[in-house]
Design a protein around this ligand. Structure first.
Ligand SMILES: [Zn+2]
Length: 148
């Protein structure tokens, strides 16, 4: 059971609708993956000469280097788009689950991962707080709070 203030859960109970949802997610993720691989191939083509010898970035013309960087940027954006979408859990990557939105991360978590994070956040909240905390402890605490 998930209690939310600014959290939103999308839960589908009907097995046929779940199947439709899962298939649509798969299509979206596959389209993203196809485009990502296409960009990766374009980068690979720049990294090798026609005779198969490897080129380093210093061998690239300024246009080639610009293209290479543009492909990398697009690949990163595609990966972020898929990772932050409702199509897969931001923590475990599963695509066939009901999802809960975490506004702090602008990302979706499956109900299982969200529940684990929430339980751990609730346990952490029960422990008396120390006055001095390391940066790591503060970061974990901030992350944890977003699931309460
Ligand atoms: Zn998950």
């Amino acid at each position: 059971m998930i209690h939310m203030r600014d959290k939103r859960a999308i839960i589908i109970k009907d097995p046929r609708l779940r199947k439709v949802r899962d298939n649509l997610r798969r299509i979206f993720l596959e389209a993203v993956s196809l485009k990502w691989r296409e960009l990766n191939n374009k980068r690979k083509q720049l990294k090798f000469n026609i005779d198969g010898t490897r080129r380093v970035l210093d061998d690239f013309s300024s246009d080639e280097l610009q293209d290479y960087r543009a492909y990398q940027t697009q690949q990163n954006e595609l990966r972020k788009l898929a990772d932050k979408s409702i199509c897969k859990c931001n923590a475990c990557g599963k695509a066939d689950r009901d999802m809960v939105y975490n506004k702090a991360y602008n990302a979706w978590y499956c109900t299982e991962c969200y529940g684990l994070e929430r339980t751990s956040a609730q346990e952490r909240a029960k422990v008396p707080q120390k006055d001095s905390k390391s940066c790591e402890e503060k970061a974990i605490e901030e992350h944890s709070k977003t699931f309460l």
